[in-house]
Structure formats: C-alpha cells, structure tokens
Design a protein around this ligand. Sequence first.
Ligand code: GLA
Ligand code: ZN
Length: 679
Amino acid sequence: MSAPRTPKIPYGGDYNPEQWPEDTWDEDHRLFTRAGIDTLTVGVFSWSLTQPAPDTYDFTVLDRILDRAAAEGRQICLATGTAALPPWLAKRHPDVTRTDFEGRRHRYGQRHNFCPSSPAYRDHATAMAARLAERYADHPALLAWHINNEYGGACYCDLCAEAFREWLRDRYGGLDALNDAWWTTFWSHRYTDFAEIEPPNALTEHWRGPDHTAFQGITLDYLRFTTDALLGCFLAEKEVIRAHDQDTPVTTNFMGMFRPLDYHRWAPHLDFASWDSYPPLDAPPTWPALAHDLMRGLKDGAPFWLMEQTPSTTACRDVNPLRRPGELRLATFQAIAHGADAALYFQMRASRGACEKYHGAVIGHAGRDDTRVFGEVADLGRELETLGDATLGARTPARTALLFDWDSWWALEISDGPSRLVKYQEVVHAYYRAAREAGADVDVVPVTADLTAYDVVLAPVLHMVKGDLAQRLEAVAARGGTVLTTFLSGRVDEHDRAFLTDVPGPLAPLMGVRVDEWDARQPEFAQPVPELDSEARLVFEIVQPRGAETVATYGTDFYAGTPAVTRHEYGDGEGWYVATALDQPGVDRIIRRILARHDLIGPYADHPTVETATRVAPDGTRLLFLLNHAPDPAHLTAHTTATDLLTGKRIEEGEPLDLDPMGTAILRIQVSVVCSVRK
Ligand code: GLA
Ligand code: ZN
C-alpha cells in the first residue's frame, strides 16, 4: 500500500477544533476555503475528550468534526490520539508513565511519555484505535490514519527491564552468545542469569548521560529494543485498525534525522512515510533536504507526506525566529522537490493557552485573513491547485546513494575514543551537501538497500559494517561504480566488537589501505591538506596505501606527507578513502571529482544558491525543480527547453532563466522524440 491517492497535493494540517466553540469552526472553514486548505489532521490530542472515563467513550465532538469536514469537501487524516494520556489513565494505572534515564518514575504530565511495555497503556491505546477504526472506517472524509504522534524517548521501568530481557532471549537464545556479544568478561560482567541484566542508564552502566556507557553492546541493544518496543505499540494499533479498515493507508509522523529510533526498522510496517520538518536554526538548505531524502528512502523511494511544518515560527526553542517572506513557499517546494506528496502544517489555528500558544499557525488568535502569514499560505494554496496532480507519485531517478545507518550513528556516538567531537549527522551531511550542491540527486538509503542501480555510493562514517555489505560495495566498484568511505568506518561488527583485522576492516580490500593508528585533536587544531586547498580537523587516521594511490596528504606533524585521501582502482571502478574530517571545500572537491567521472554534475552546479532536484512522474514526465535559496534573484541560462509548471511559461534552451529571490521553478522538460522515418 502507498500514500492515499488524491487529485492534488493534500494541503492543510493539524487542526484542533475541539478546543473551540462551533461558531469558531464556521470561521475556520471559511478561512480554509480562502486558503485552499483541503486536508485536516484531527484527533492528535483528543484522548481525554473521546474517553473521559475508563468506561465512557464519547465521539460526539469527533463525529461533528468529521461530518463538518465532509460537508465542506475536506479530507481527514485521522489520528488515534494515543500520544497524550488522559489524566485518569495514569491515576488508575501508574505504570503507564515512564521511568526516566535517572530512574525516576514520572507522574502524570506532558505527552509522548507513555511506557511502551505497560499492558495498561497497550490495552487502552489499542481499544481506542479499534473504536475509532470501527466508527470511521467508512467515513467519506477519511483519507489516512495517523497513529500516535512523534514516537520517541525511552523508558527504564521494571516492565521495560523485563521486556528487554525477553527481547534479549529472542535475539541471543542463551547467555553465552550474549556474554560474547557484549564482551562481558571485561570488567567482570559475565551474566549467569537473564534476571541479572539491568537496563543501561544513569543507575547502571552510564555516567555523564546517554552517550557515556561502560558497555556499548548493552546500550546499543537497548536502543534497538526501544525502537522495537515503540514499534510494537504502533503495530498493535495498526492491527486493530486493519481489522475494521483494510483500505485506508496508515502512517505515523516521524522526525527526520531523529537519533533515538531506527526508522529503517519501522519502514516496512508503514503504508507510507510521513514526517514533521522543523529544521534547526541556521541550518543550510541541504539539512532539511537530507532529512527529506532519508524519509523518501524509507519506502524505497516512494513519495512521503510532509505531515507538519510551521507556517511561521516554532515555540519550543529558546529563540523562535520567523520564517521570512518567501521562506515557507520555498521550504514547501523543496519538500515536494524531494518527494513530498502532501504539504501540511502544524497548526491550523493557534491554541489559546498552554505551551504552544505562540507557535505559528495559519489562523492566529485574532482570526484574521489579512495577515502576512495567512496571505502566504493562501497564495501557496492557489499554486498547489495549479500544480494539480503533476508531481503526485513522481519518483527520484538518483544514481548516487548515500548510506544512512542508525547502528553506525549510535555506535559512533556512544563510543569512548577516538573523539567525542565527531558527530555522525555532521559528517554525513558534509558529503550529502557536496553531492547535492554539485547537482546530483541522492537517494539516502539503509545499508541493506539494493545498490545495483547506483553509480556512486557514499558511505561516510560507516562505523559498523554488517552482513554482506562489504561484498555488495565491492560489487558496485567491480562493475565500474565509485564507493567512498571515510575515517571511523569499518571499525566494528553488529555487536560493536572491533574487527580483528586491519582498519577499515571488511572495507579494507576495496579501499586498498591499512590504518594502524589515528590521532584525535582539539577542534582548534587544523591540519592543512595542501592538494585540496583544504583543512582537516578532529581525527587523523594514518593511512598506509596497500594498492591505493594517494590523492591528498597531511601537511604537518610526524605524519606529514602521508595520505589523507586515497583512491583505489577496483575492478572497473574505484574505492575512495577519506581518512579525516575535511572541511566542506575539501569534501566538495573530492565529491565533484567522483561525480564528474560518472557525468553526474548538474547543469546549474556552479550557481551556489540554486538547488536542483529531479522527479519523474508516473507517466514518464521529467520535472526539474529549481530552488533559489538566496534573497536575491538568480540569473541562469536554460540548459534545455522546458515549461515552468508554476507560470506556464515556455523557456527555450540557451535563453535566460531568472529565478526570483527565494523563487522556485518547476520545469517540465521537453523530451525530444526521435522519429525513425520509414522509406
Ligand atoms: C511536533 C508535534 C506537534 C507540535 C509541534 C510544534 O511536531 O507533533 O504536536 O507540538 O511539534 O512544533
Ligand atoms: Zn517502561
């Protein structure tokens, strides 16, 4: 099953009419029509309303919300509402709340904080999902199911400890395998009974927080267990929904590059992926782009939904800047360019009280339709109507893959040594950014993905190498492709045990290098890499070529003149090894050399503020998105003849192609048809 079929991009977002009297709903719908809003996500936080007491279910308000939406011709993304507990549930069943990393059992409060192993939580949540599905499966407004909300976090209660032990029994069979995997003879940890195993937290294996553990093995397994425990909650709700509704697609809203949950373990269980995009302040445009591509990679490149973004400002940060005029439109088209088939907001109407009252909303407290934000939302609504179904179902024809691996992320960042300063996302982003800014479309895929369609595979900080990945990467190079990996790759197996071979372990034959030593330095220290006119920081692996040629070297210290970057011919292709954290210009130079070999540099790669992304519609139409991320116009020369879907204007090859400040063009590329004339 894939994302719901719709005649145009669903446009709208989180809507909480239950907070308001019904005459406000009239006003809302009037404004929705003005803004081209056709899709409403409802019920995300309505559990205490729909089940005010253990034996009382009351769907009167929800009925009215859905019926009203249907009457207005709007579609509903219906949430099960199980992410925020009603107070009576915690009072009656104290085990539905979590025990935190410090071992404190929490009392009632906030949201997103139920214990995933609590039978009382599971029973009540699935009962709610079942009743909703039974009631609304055939409702004319129902478009999609939205289970829970932004799953995340961990619990360390006794129920979770017991569930963890069960999970370990399943995974390892017996304690011999577990003791071996976790290397427990170190520090006298050999377990003789599963009951001795405690969840790794501040009271047990950790100090200074979640990243400092005495045993990486148990901490990694707790991350995997937590991923699976929360997934279990999702699956239990999905199962009861399916019992009543076989057809409506089911999703849950993810958070992009969210470290606590391995979304690749969830992906097969979603009908379609969706996520909430709140880019970090001052992030370059490639940061949300990477998250979009990661989300698109969850379902083999199938389109995803942008489930939430703010129309103007967030509220939860210390400082919450406004989205500048044009930024919302640009961010929305960027999401669509990367595979979004829906554009939804948090939130439709600002809540009057509590912690999100200052969060941006389509409709503010004064209920006006003449604000700047409402105007931008409505303009965008009109453009999405113009676009119709042109982008729906379109795929990205990428020939470059970037491997993204939660296990490597976790293992790298919970490791003692070589450096706490190496951040997985930052290194991955540097390579992604280089490829994207050179104009390459990139699929961000799990390490288990089929790599046979790619010319270039980037595997930065692939700390953990599992299964047959090394052989599959060798196969990419053998048939002529290029594989790149970096420092701190190929270090550990799936249990975080070092490989008993030369670094980079199973990747060494492909890379043609051997690494015996590595130096880590404070961030102020910069090591020149003269051949790339670049500087490197943090970690410097000392590389001995074993078949590879040296591309660039370290400029100083006792390893001056030894390789910082190597290239190894392998079969018809090559393996590149980057032994240090190069600065962005250094990464750019390497990546452009690699992409050039495969003719993958984009036509506008030399324009620093213009992002390009390609989608191919189900009927074969090729769409090239041009996104100008600068507050100034961009002057380009069209590389081909095309029609801009947003303006309807035809553009001839070689003619000037101007983008407004923060402007977007969606070029439908004219495919030249070669007719063979029969004589
Ligand atoms: C998340 C949640 C929403 C809301 C927004 C605010 O994405 O899913 O309920 O809290 O954040 O930014
Ligand atoms: Zn728990």
